[in-house]
Design a protein around this ligand. Structure first.
Ligand code: ATP
Length: 259
């Protein structure tokens, strides 16, 4: 198949994607590539089109036009093929509260016609001692980590994380950041949506900033900051060397508080 898209190291290639809901152009000509092993951030205000874009890549929604390739698979032609090689973090409300974590992982694995080593998987997200716990009894941070374990059952080549730290306390948020860094170190490509700019700065190799269905900027976080400064931007108030979050962590420590 001929392609005008680069295949040089790219695991995701998106070209001129469009998706409308009635008169609303939710995604309006979006193109980008994600490199293999990269942590790629999707940023933008509510309604910018991030979820629509990401769900097209996941084979959950169908684009009106344009092309999306994930690990060599054309998403429009083979959405099932794409679903079999990606990991998607489901929202915790969709889990069955009355099942133990090991049972839940078996349910997810069966969807992929796979067997699962629940112990090893829970170890990856540091829930070793919760293998027999019921989902409903987990803390917020533990639920988020479990949802990532569930997304790993099919050993995905691309992991999609949708606002993975929303609602977590600062300790749990940092803990999850370390986990994402570990996935990256192991070669997994991660596509992450977030409303936390600090999270994007810490984790993402590059970010796409979306607004009104368009990508308005795409670069490394530090390069985007440099460009803003080069335009003459300066803050009225010089930031202090510490934030209230630093005070919070100094007072309460960095250890997780959920067990
Ligand atoms: P958020 O940060 O709030 O999650 P987002 O950037 O992910 O926002 P999308 O969820 O992709 O944005 O939505 C983009 C636009 O498309 C919004 O105006 C939204 O209301 C609209 N939209 C999304 N899904 C549908 C749908 N199924 N039917 C109609 N409109 C939709």
């Amino acid at each position: 198949m001929s392609s005008t898209l680069t295949t040089n190291g790219a695991i995701i290639e998106v070209e001129d994607l469009h998706k409308s809901y009635g008169a609303l152009k939710a995604v309006d000509g979006v193109s980008f590539t994600v490199q293999r092993g990269e942590v790629f951030g999707m940023l933008g205000p509510n309604g910018a089109g991030k979820t629509t874009t990401v769900e097209i890549l996941e084979g959950i929604r169908t684009a009106d036009s344009g092309r999306a390739i994930v690990n060599g698979i054309d998403v429009r032609r083979d959405p099932r093929g794409v679903k079999s090689i990606i990991g998607v973090q489901l929202q915790s409300s969709t889990f069955f509260d009355e099942l133990q974590l090991s049972e839940l992982l078996e349910v997810f694995a069966s969807l992929y016609h796979r067997s699962v080593d629940a112990k090893a998987l829970l170890h990856k997200v540091e829930l070793d001692d919760k293998i027999n716990a019921y989902f409903s009894k987990l803390s917020g941070g533990q639920k988020q980590r479990f949802s990532i374990a569930a997304a790993l059952v099919n050993e995905p080549v691309v992991l999609f994380l949708d606002e993975p730290t929303t609602g977590l306390d600062p300790q749990a948020r940092r803990h999850l950041w370390e986990m994402v860094k570990q996935f990256k170190a192991n070669g997994t490509t991660v596509v992450l949506t977030t409303h936390y700019m600090e999270e994007a700065e810490v984790l993402c190799d590059r970010v796409a900033v979306m607004d009104s269905g368009h990508i308005v900027a795409l670069d490394r976080p530090d390069a985007l900051v440099d460009k803003l400064l080069a335009k003459g931007f300066h803050k009225e108030r010089v930031e202090r060397q510490a934030t209230l979050e630093d005070v919070f962590l100094d007072l309460t420590g960095k250890a997780l508080r959920e067990d």
